[in-house]
Write a protein that binds this ligand. Structure first.
Ligand code: NAP
Length: 499
């Protein structure tokens, strides 16, 4: 068993700077990885490699191409703050438009040439003051700093259902959707009712001959209006930065209010719950309404925002099946009442392994301490950014980052600004920087205590937010709170050693 005192050393102040020749390996070319590279380039660093396991950049927006894929966080907030886009066509952007936006920004900032595609990282090992990062095809990258930006929701989960492999038609997870498979006029099965499934139901209702939705748990759905940004409005944003900024601030305060879902005041909660209840009450068929009514608190699972779900689900082509799935057979899905639901296509909207984080990658820190050892009980981090005993190894959107319905882009920017302050220290003073184990434990316990008492922990539901102990693995902080918390590093919480 490792102990901090085995590896900690006194703080020193006089190491050799690494300067602008410092080497950086970023893991993942999604929104966060690209952001990190842009910011490092702005700081004058040139020795940057982004290792990306797939054949294209874009993370979530590369992987998710299912019908109706979009982002339910307003597009102007789901953009980098330094690369605002006045031309978003509507309040909420569609998945392909988001991918194009991020690709364009990466190209403009000369980040694309830094990406090594088909480069899945299998290990990162600390030796002699630096890291050796190895990819699955055996390539080795030596680096001074590692930044893991692999995202939280990238490992699809396929459910263990008897006969899953036997289905004769096309079958795939929502994050592996095959756009070549025709859908119009076909019988489609959809397992799951989360945010992804809700978008698919809304897109396929009335288009498929039949859409059978296998629902284990109903979801609270908050209706929103996706208003188009007319050409004159977009032009106005482009011409008048002030008008655009006003709109941005309005969106931000609305999203901030949503972001408080976990800790909302009694009054705020009631108002939000009522919107969801009113939308349900408008469902005409009482049996369908009953099927769609959750028995847990609003906001316990990640709240689903949708323009059109409540109408879509009432279309005659949509069948909400609540009898549990018994097995999958070549012809379709058999439910526990013995009924065979015949299908041509079967989609698994069954979510992601949100607790894998950077694993199964093997990470070995100072003194041979492994990440699996440090994370044996809990994914111990300091401010979701750094890990004890892993000097100069940093993360974006790591365990216990804020979540819920905030913009992940704003969160990544706040974390990257903090990481840059650490990097200034690392390269300026030429040191190895890692958080103290005790500071990490204190920070983590405070976050867990807050989230345990939030609706995520007390609302009476199961969700991907919860760990094995039923404690949410998310920070309840809003973006403004996070920005304040991350404005300046508390250097006493770190151990510094010469390289
Ligand atoms: P999810 O929220 O984890 O939902 C998974 C669904 O699959 C749940 O309904 C779950 O039922 C069901 N399920 C899992 N295993 C099952 C089984 N064996 N049998 C029957 N049902 C099963 O996944 P997701 O919809 O892909 O969304 C994941 C996250 O991605 C979201 O929470 C959100 O953070 C993000 N997302 C965001 C957007 C956006 O617009 N911003 C869009 C899509 C996704 P139970 O509820 O009973 O477990």
């Amino acid at each position: 068993m490792y102990r901090e005192q085995d590896v900690a050393a006194p703080v020193i102040e006089t190491a050799m700077p690494i300067g602008k020749n410092a080497r950086f390996v970023i893991i993942g070319a999604g929104i966060s990885g690209v952001l990190m590279a842009i910011k490092l380039r702005e700081r004058g660093f040139r020795n940057i490699v982004i290792l990306e396991k797939a054949a294209a950049m874009g993370g979530t927006w590369r992987d998710n191409v299912y019908p109706g894929v979009a982002c339910d966080v307003a597009a102007h907030l789901y953009s980098y703050s330094f690369a605002g886009n006045p031309w978003w066509r509507s309040r909420y952007a569609k998945g392909p438009d988001i991918w194009k936006y991020y690709h364009r920004v990466a190209r403009r900032h000369s980040v694309l040439p830094l990406i090594e595609y088909h480069s899945e990282v299998v290990s990162a090992e600390f030796a002699d003051g630096a890291w050796i990062v190895t990819t699955s095809d055996g390539r080795r990258f030596d680096t001074d700093v590692v930044i893991a930006a692999a995202g939280r929701l990238h490992a699809p989960v396929m459910p263990q259902i008897e006969g899953r492999e036997s289905f004769a038609g096309a079958a795939f997870h929502t994050a592996r959707w095959n756009p070549a498979i025709p859908l119009a006029g076909r019988r489609i099965g959809l397992i799951g009712t989360g945010s992804s499934a809700t978008q698919i139901i809304t897109a396929l209702s009335g288009r498929a001959a039949k859409l059978s939705v296998f629902q284990r748990t109903p979801q609270w759905v908050f209706p929103v209006k996706d208003t188009p940004n007319a050409w004159w409005r977009r032009l106005g944003f482009w011409i008048s930065k002030r008008q655009w900024h006003r709109y941005y601030l309005q969106l931000r305060s609305e999203t901030e209010a949503r972001g408080k879902a976990a800790t909302a005041s009694e009054e705020g909660r009631k108002a939000r719950d009522q919107v969801c209840l009113d939308a349900l009450a408008a469902i005409r068929d009482p049996q369908l309404r009953a099927k769609l009514t959750p028995d847990y608190d609003v906001g316990c699972k990640r709240l689903v925002f949708s323009d059109g779900f409540h109408e879509a689900v009432q279309h005659e082509s949509v069948d909400i099946v609540v009898d549990p799935i018994d097995r999958i057979v070549p012809e379709g899905v058999v439910t526990s009442d013995g009924r065979l639901h015949e299908l041509d296509v079967l989609a698994f909207a069954t979510g992601f392994d949100a607790h894998a984080y950077i694993r199964p990658m093997k990470v070995v820190g100072e003194g041979g301490v492994t990440l699996d050892e440090v994370w044996r009980d809990l994914p111990l981090t300091y401010r979701a950014i750094a890990i004890p005993h892993m000097p100069n190894f940093l993360m974006i959107n790591g365990p216990y980052s804020p979540g819920g319905t905030s913009s992940v882009v704003g969160i990544a920017e706040a974390q990257v600004d903090y990481i840059l302050q650490l990097i200034d220290r690392i390269v300026g003073a030429g040191v190895l920087l890692s958080p103290r184990e005790e500071s990490s434990r204190d920070w983590l316990e405070a976050i867990r205590e807050k989230s345990r008492h939030s609706v995520w922990g007390t609302g009476g539901c199961q969700s991907w937010y919860l760990d094995k102990t039923g404690t949410p693995t998310l920070d309840t902080s809003t973006l403004s709170e996070l920005q304040a918390q991350l404005s300046t590093p508390q250097w006493d919480d770190f151990i510094e050693r010469p390289r």
